[in-house]
Design a protein around this ligand. Sequence first.
Ligand code: FAQ
Length: 310
Amino acid sequence: MADLEEHFERTIASDRRVEPRDWMPDGYRATMVRQIAQHAHSEIIGMQPEGEWITRAPTLRRKAILLAKVQDEAGHGLYLYSAAETLGADRAELTEMLLQGRQKYSSIFNYPTRTYADVGVIGWLVDGAAICNQVPLCRSSYGPYARAMIRICKEESFHQRQGYELLAAMMAGTAAQRAMVQGAVDRWWWPALMMFGPPDTSSPNTARSMAWKIKRHTNDELRQRFVDVTVPQARVLGVTLPDPELRWNAERGHHDFGPIDWSELKRVIGGGGPCNERRIAVRRAAHEDGAWVREAATAHAAKRAGPGGS
Ligand code: FAQ
């Protein structure tokens, strides 16, 4: 046991990857399952806010792009559930825990998409925040998660650009379209900053996850990075970020920004966001509607495995 533990510690210290068959502390396994499952649930629930606009996309081109993006999110969720399975988690149980509210998904997907500009802002800000958070996770210590993150980040970066391009097109349009973009930015800016999680001073998991090299940066470090990369993009786009305290601080070499309403994050994580109930209800209905597919797949697998099967 001491040998196994030492091997694990050496793997972490020398920046090598922990692989599914390696011994790992129970706490490490539980943390990985928690983070990967939450991430997978976020991708699957995250299909809903934009998915609601597929039938209302303004042109065939926009519809094709949006369909592809939402399908990518489904793919990310499936990769991530597979990564959780390498730790011994059961996909059906993870889904059950999501539906019962025993596992979380990102707070950001509990906000409504009121106009088509919201689709662009989700690409620009939400995928932009996801990239800031996930690029360092490509170096996360758990091999299957880190490797899944590489492809996911490539796709998210395409998603971010399509959102920005959509917004740039709207900003080149009518005054009403520009107002629509500004309205969407006003509604999504603060929730996007909350995606990075609670401040470091009240983040119970960060220290342990950093020591295990699951997380490579703290929540506040990544939030700051996101603000710094996004401010110049907002300027080029011609939108105002809704924070009167946002300004460059030459001494710190970063942007200062105003206080975040942490009570809102707490409320949304706790189930009290504008769309929490709807998101889970839609997910539950999709799961129930898909029962026949799971049954058919199980019957098919049993038939293939049985005598006479190939
Ligand atoms: N929402 O101690 P910490 C996407 C929870 S991107 C809900 O700081 P940790 C792409 C946290 O889980 C979104 N819950 O926790 C896309 C913990 O609860 P627990 C998904 C939150 O793990 C784009 C408690 O608060 N990305 O889907 C949130 O060290 C567009 C205390 O927090 C990922 O999941 C929140 N915002 O750090 C799809 C990235 N923040 O479990 C569609 C991977 C915190 O103890 C469209 N995850 N909590 O009960 C991570 O990097 C980390 O898990 C953090 C949280 C940074 C999210």
